[in-house]
Design a protein around this ligand. Sequence first.
Ligand code: SF4
Length: 436
Amino acid sequence: MIIRSLALFDRFKCAGSACRDTCCVRDKLVLDNKTYFEYQRVIAKGDAFGRRMVASISERNGVASFRMRDNGECPFLMRNGLCELYVRLGPDRICETCRKFPTFAKEYGNYREIGCSFSCPEVLRLVLTHPEKFEVRVRENDTEPVSFSNLNAKLLPLIYPVRDRFLEIAQDRRNTLRKTATVLLKLAAEVQSVIDRKAYDELASLIAPFEAGDPMGGITGEEPATEVREVLFEKLLKLHTGFEYKRQENAARISRAYKTLRPESFEERRARELDFAWYMNNRVYEYRKWLFYLLHRDLLDVVFDGKFYPRVRFAVLTTLCLFELGSLEWKSRDKQFTPQNQEELFRNYAREIDDNPKNVARLYKKLNGSAYALPKLILALSNPIKKPTDGAAAEPLEEPVEEPIGEKAAETPAETVETPPVEQAPADEAPDGSPQ
Ligand code: SF4
């Protein structure tokens, strides 16, 4: 079997009792059979701990799970933030979910893809303090491939290089984030059309222009259309106010963001977005990490259901939505938005929206509506932001281009990069990029 994992996560170390937002608080924690069998042996001893185990585990239709406390905490989470099962029984006798989290593995025939969940604050700390590109580590072992009756074996080897190309595009800093989004959406629509026609051999020709070194792959944007972007993002944010939130403070946060945006004029929105884009000029990579995370995790699932474009649209729009939410928080925090604020925003979004199948299903369904049709999305992305200066509109300005990945970044050993370089580009160095 070929195993592909992200090299950065080799450095992951659970923060344990120092965790800011432990994963030991959740709706449900199902026990795998092997661990449950081990626990039966502990229970059989009949001591006080065994009796507590009996009281803390429920069984329904042969499936055992922990009885979570009223506040969602695991019954074995101790006051010092440590796991009592881990402390008493050792690391090998905690359930599979806890042992593996935050890593996850997905299998596709002879391939296993390993990633790490962004709902873990420590994973996000690692990701956000390493501006460099994700590096994929490939190894092979003798494990037999998993066979799936619904896997499209013809598509799998041909979609792999396409998925990898999408990951490259997401991380290519030669394009602005908007251009990246435009390229991903347009290319994904073409890939979807090829898949729908089962003309899989055409996939290679779609990514060939990128392999020749063109960051846009010959793809262009559209003429700008006034206000499309502002209307679209207002709609998207409003949609988020209707989702299911486990924590009240997160529901309140989204509704606060919407209430900040709602009364703004289109000009004010554009000015906010532009100022925030400048503020984040050297931290745009944070959004690319999110984009990469979803594309890496979800795109290969196309081999099971044939759906490629909807997954790219989901990844792109949640990324842009996080940008919008970030800019609204930045506004309400006196124009400050630290990497820690970003970690909190990403983590809460991952837990409340991305990890909640109900919210994900609703978002997928809504994004399929005419309000988010491809031509509208492309117009919204092509729409320039005009910065008002002294009452007059300045040059149409694209989102500032990030620093290219240069030799300096490559020379810096990754281990020593603790905080991303955050330098504000002076206003007079603004690139005067025009709409694509
Ligand atoms: S959320 Fe991450 S860092 Fe926190 S306890 Fe869980 S695995 Fe450890």
